[in-house]
Write a protein that binds this ligand. Structure first.
Ligand SMILES: [Zn+2]
Length: 218
């Protein structure tokens, strides 16, 4: 069995002394896992997290771990290496993808958004781009936040709050009796973390440490 696509290298863990197990977020097949031979000892073209490239995955049986042939086209993350904040956000995004997306399921919208995110992390709008990306991630996982109208009365005015239960906007008047229980808009990292924790609970996984770290920092 052979699969070809393009993707983002999101995780790389040593396997023995020479090889590595790579997780690639691919355009066509979502998360793919496989061995990269010689990844730890390569002098030229060493695989690095944050690279975007083309891949070919091979296994004799579909159920096997398989092996990647990886051709990095660019390392968009290279410019982020000297930017700790941007790097922290990239790590968090990659860990969330790795923890929450099922293997071999296509998420093309999230893929495009992730490419866009890596590009934007080097800019002054990094944090807002990151929050927007998490909102897309939540939507793709079935937790769409709806800010179009009040979940109580339907108005489109004075939408200042968000319900932690439903993820829908609540107007100022409807929020009054629950003022200590609703979130103040706009959406920030605290708000998205609350919903990410629900997704993690449902999937029986822990919220990645890199994501918790972001909340402490911003
Ligand atoms: Zn209302």
């Amino acid at each position: 069995m052979k699969l070809d696509s393009v993707g983002i290298l999101i995780s790389l863990r040593p396997l023995g002394e020479r090889d590595a197990v790579a997780h690639i977020f691919s355009y066509d097949y979502g998360i793919m896992v496989g061995v990269m031979k010689g990844a730890q000892i390569a002098k030229k073209n060493r695989p690095l997290i944050g690279q975007v490239g083309s891949l070919s995955w091979n296994a004799r049986l579909d159920s096997q771990l398989g092996a990647f042939h990886w051709e990095a086209e660019k390392n968009m993350a290279a410019v982020l290496m000297t930017m700790p904040d941007a790097l922290a956000m990239m790590n968090s995004a990659f860990d969330l993808i790795d923890a929450l997306l099922p293997e071999r399921e296509r998420y093309e919208t999230l893929y495009d958004e992730t490419i866009l995110l890596i590009r934007n992390l080097g800019t002054t709008g990094a944090l807002q781009s990151y929050i927007n990306w998490e909102v897309v991630l939540l939507r793709e996982l079935g937790y769409a936040l709806n800010l179009s109208c009040c979940s109580g009365c339907g108005t489109k005015k004075d939408l200042e709050f968000l319900s932690p239960k439903t993820g829908r906007a609540v107007c100022k008047a409807c929020a009054e009796p629950y003022i200590n229980k609703v979130y103040k808009l706009p959406i920030n990292l605290n708000v998205t973390q609350n919903f990410l924790e629900k997704v993690c609970d449902n999937q029986g996984v822990l919220l990645p440490a890199s994501r918790k770290f972001l909340n402490k920092k911003y």
